[in-house]
Design a binder for this molecule. Structure first.
Ligand code: 2HG
Ligand code: ZN
Length: 478
């Protein structure tokens, strides 16, 4: 039967490949896929293809390649930069990996986990834990974020200070390419110098070079002791001094070192039911520190107390609570992990996911706060995040009472103001959330010249027709 448009014909072929459960086209069925978590972007789509396995996805991509249909790979849809939201013209197909979620193998001797892209990060962590191991990657959205997206965006999160980013945990990948070829690089080798390291091309490429369908991740030995404290600190400088104390004592034990502003913590306490401050008085700056070790009888709790005592004496730490149970540990972590949600409920915010050398984090907080307050009186700086690796979420909350849309209309001015400070501190405009569709305009200034030309050459080599996640990461050629 003839079809009205070439895309209608392609959709019919795709429907035949993925079956009735595998293609959503009704507006009600696709609604959750066309909008991002922050509700900054609302796109439209030809449909959502949900292949059941890699071979089906490869067949879908062959159809898209032949028909010139652009695709937007989507995992848990937790992007902070619109990286998984389609364009508004309704001509792009969303590829959801959510049916491909098998944990294929856990090997506690090799310390590897082999799994499919649609498994959530939490399911992956649980699988590792069930085998007596640790998957040392933890992010606030881990219950929803899927491994494919976590790798495609090179997620960082809370444990980067100890274990690096997602990139550092990838031993092997399986990827479907733009033309529907499958690259099976699911190797589990610790050493393998056999030409270019292709897997690292796809990690952090945000789905613009290929679609990750499965991975082999490195695991770590399970921690035998964990100790967590929530501290009020005198200043960002005091927080850095405290970090230096922990590093000096036992750098291998610091698994997370997170900074929170008093204001951001107040938003959590105000808007998140059940959130409680574990200290007698509130403060302007807080730190969450987590120590962990696989060693037996390491005495972590004693070391934690010793460092905190010294820091209390010196005036860096004003007060501290040490978790006495798993429930208390979870409650302390909740204060940190609900920061995004607390800010969302408080009103509109502009996010700056930035990094600087760790030693310059206090300067960053002071200079960027002053610059934003000069730009917009009443703006509320809410810096928080992964101080131990230099990645601060320098978010700005709208002035009280301001129209949210009017505030968001200033997003470029605000981001540019923060980035001007980041540049003076030798930092990056995107530490762990990626570039998505929010930040490609920043690429020429920050990554121009040979670097951007190389990226464009790689994109052209792998996706000459520009079908993979168009409009993301790289600025569109003018
Ligand atoms: C986190 O660290 C996430 O909690 C989200 O990266 C940060 O909301 C944000 O800006
Ligand atoms: Zn973060």
């Amino acid at each position: 039967m003839p079809h009205a448009t070439p895309h209608a014909a392609a959709l019919a072929e795709i429907a035949a490949i993925v079956g009735p459960r595998g293609l959503l086209t009704g507006p009600e069925d696709t609604a959750a896929y066309v909008e991002d978590w922050r509700r900054l972007y609302r796109g439209a789509t030809l449909g959502v293809a949900r292949p059941a396995n890699t071979a089906d996805l490869a067949a879908v991509m062959r159809v898209c390649h032949a028909a010139g249909v652009a695709v937007v790979p989507q995992g848990g849809n937790t992007s902070m930069v619109g990286g998984a939201t389609p364009s508004a013209d309704g001509q792009q197909l969303i590829i959801s990996l959510s049916r491909m979620q098998a944990i294929r193998a856990v090997d506690p001797v090799d310390l590897t986990l082999t799994l499919e892209a649609g498994a959530t990060l939490r399911a992956a962590q649980d699988a590792a834990a069930a085998a007596g191991c640790l998957l040392p990657l933890s992010i606030s959205s881990e219950g929803t974020a899927q491994i494919g997206g976590v790798l495609a965006t090179n997620a960082g999160g809370n444990n980067t200070v100890r274990y690096g980013n997602a990139r550092d945990l990838v031993l092997g990948l399986e990827v479907v390419l733009a033309d529907g070829q499958i690259w099976n690089g699911l190797r589990r080798l610790r050493k393998d110098n056999t030409g270019y390291c292709l897997r690292q091309l796809f990690v952090g490429a945000e789905g613009t070079l290929g679609i990750i369908t499965a991975a082999v991740l490195k695991l770590a030995p399970r921690p035998r002791e964990v100790a967590v404290a929530f501290c009020a600190v005198a200043s960002p400088e005091a927080a850095l001094a405290l970090f230096a104390r922990f590093q000096a004592q036992d750098p291998a034990a610091v698994q997370a070192f997170e900074y929170m502003s008093g204001l951001g913590t107040d938003f959590v306490l105000r808007h998140i039911p059940g959130a409680v401050l574990p200290l007698a008085a509130s403060a302007a700056h807080y730190v969450l520190v987590e120590l962990a070790t696989p060693r037996m009888n390491a005495g972590l709790r004693d070391s934690l107390e010793a460092v905190l005592e010294a820091a209390l004496e010196s005036g860096e730490v004003l007060d501290a609570a040490i978790a006495e149970s798993e429930a208390q540990r979870a409650a302390i972590w909740r204060l940190r992990e609900e920061h995004s949600e607390g800010q969302k409920r408080e009103g509109a915010s502009v996010k700056n996911d930035i990094s600087v050398p760790v030693s310059r984090v206090p300067e960053l907080i002071r200079l960027a706060t002053a610059a934003c307050e000069a730009l917009m009186p009443g703006i509320r700086a809410v810096p928080f995040g992964h101080m131990g690796d230099g990645n601060i979420h320098f978010n700005l909350e709208q002035p009280v009472g301001m129209d949210p849309a009017a505030f968001l209309a200033q997003d470029h001015a605000i981001m540019d103001t923060v980035n001007a400070v980041v540049r003076t501190l030798d930092g990056s405009f995107s530490a762990e959330h990626g570039v998505g569709q929010l930040k490609p305009y920043m690429m020429p200034e920050w990554r121009g010249g040979a670097e951007l030309a190389l990226m464009q050459a790689i994109k052209h080599a792998l996706d000459p027709a520009g079908l993979l996640n168009p409009g993301k990461v790289l600025p569109t050629a003018s």
